[in-house]
Write a new protein. Structure first.
Length: 55
């Protein structure tokens, strides 16, 4: 085998592994962190509308 071909195969496998890890992290962020962030932002807006004192 050519040395460049072996290097190309290793790079492609590495990129595929990194891509699959990135997709897994993104799925976790969308399932868990995004709803929490939406609730925090909604709570902040409600707090500002109802309880913020105007000086």
């Amino acid at each position: 085998m050519n040395n460049n071909l072996v290097r190309l195969i290793l790079v492609v496998v590495g990129v595929l592994i990194l891509f699959s890890i990135a997709v897994a992290v993104l799925k976790f962020a969308v399932k868990v962190l995004l709803p929490i962030a939406i609730l925090i932002i909604a709570g902040y807006i409600v707090y500002n509308v109802f309880f913020k004192r105007k000086y």
